[in-house]
Design a protein around this ligand. Structure first.
Ligand SMILES: NC(=O)c1ccc[n+]([C@@H]2O[C@H](COP(=O)([O-])OP(=O)(O)OC[C@H]3O[C@@H](n4cnc5c(N)ncnc54)[C@H](OP(=O)(O)O)[C@@H]3O)[C@@H](O)[C@H]2O)c1
Length: 320
């Protein structure tokens, strides 16, 4: 099933599942059970991050699934991400080790630089996860060149703490620059991508460079409703174009949105706190959208970016 359909990454040939489970806003109190049940339902990729504040609980769910014999560690792909306050060379390894400790595992399958934005260090003993702000609730930038961070990411590979490395929220100009110096090129770029933000040029560039794309927020504005940050966009899950395609295939609108991405060769990582929706989101390989349907969905593009750090502080306009 789709959980086991995969994309082979450059450099290692490692097979990353095309459908995984996203952990952002997965409720801390129920996260261990949710992860355990996601694995039981067939998910074989967990997409976490230091910033999500639930790595310990996610790890508990994973380790329980391993202890119960549902999976072995090597059957589950664990992705995590380095937060913006830890971009200095000396902090990258310390944080990777801390995050592995929270999960209770000894390697990540994939470790991503969460944003190409460097913020001032916050000691984890002071506040973890540190989020975007200092104690004064203001954003404090730090002058860490991306190359310093990437060199440290490569060292994590050398030391066996992570198997594959990549970036997130990264545009063409920076990708091309990383390739000028990288010993290990980024294998994955995880980006916001849905029918309101189709990103054709970035997809084309990443394909050309051999960088796999993971699409996040595949269901569009829905994820941002609970944050009051959906920018007033019409809900894609209730959009008439998506609904009519969904009813033709006897699928849900969420399944159509996920299928639209997967059919382009993109990996997806839907999140749900609801078990039935979580199970349904995994089932996106038993139907095929016609070329016409794919085009109709892509034509909804309005270049609407929901996750833009510039909304927090104009100095973080990485997509400008
Ligand atoms: N790299 C980055 O900067 C970055 C940024 C954002 C997200 N991500 C990753 O990508 C993952 C997915 O993105 P996301 O969480 O923003 O959004 P998403 O998975 O596209 O959508 C999640 C939202 O849709 C709802 N939902 C899920 N399945 C549904 C279904 N079948 N029918 C109706 N509603 C459904 C969820 O509510 P319920 O929980 O109530 O079902 C939630 O409100 C994240 O969890 C995270 O791992 C990465």
């Amino acid at each position: 099933m789709a959980a086991h359909a995969s994309v082979a990454l450059s450099r290692t040939g490692a097979k990353m599942p095309l459908v995984g489970f996203g952990l952002w806003k997965v409720t801390k109190a129920t996260c261990a059970d949710t992860v355990y049940n996601a694995i039981k339902a067939g998910y074989r990729l967990l997409d976490g991050a230091g910033d999500y504040g639930n790595e310990k609980e996610a790890g508990e769910g994973l380790r329980r699934a391993i202890a119960d014999g549902i999976v072995k560690r090597e059957d589950v792909w664990v992705t995590s991400k380095l937060w913006n306050t830890f971009h200095k060379h000396e902090h990258v390894k310390a944080l990777a080790r801390k995050q592995l400790g929270l999960w209770g595992i000894d390697y990540f399958d994939l470790f991503l630089v969460h944003f190409p934005i460097s913020l001032q260090y916050v000691d984890p003993s002071h506040r973890y996860p540190p989020e975007w702000w200092g104690d004064d609730k203001k954003v404090h930038l730090a002058n860490v060149p991306f190359r310093e961070t990437w060199t440290a990411m490569e060292e994590l590979v050398d030391e066996g703490l992570v198997k594959n490395i990549g970036v997130s929220n990264t545009q063409g100009a920076l990708l091309l620059d990383i390739l000028r110096y990288a010993r290990y090129p980024p294998q994955v770029n995880q980006v916001e991508l849905h029918p309101y933000l189709t990103q054709e040029a970035l997809i084309k560039l990443c394909k050309t460079l051999g960088i796999a794309i993971t699409a996040y927020s595949s269901l569009g504005p829905q994820s941002y409703v609970e944050l009051g940050a959906d920018k007033g966009a019409q809900n894609l899950l209730e959009h008439s174009s998506i609904s009519s395609i969904a009813s033709k295939h006897s699928k849900s609108t969420a399944q159509v949105l996920l299928r639209w991405a997967v059919q382009q060769g993109l990996a997806v990582i839907p999140k749900s706190n609801n078990h039935d929706r979580l199970v349904a989101n995994l089932q996106v390989d038993q139907f095929t959208l016609t070329e016409e349907e794919m085009k109709a969905i892509s034509s909804l593009n309005i270049n609407l970016r929901l996750n833009d750090p510039a909304d927090l502080d104009p100095r973080m306009a990485i997509f400008a």
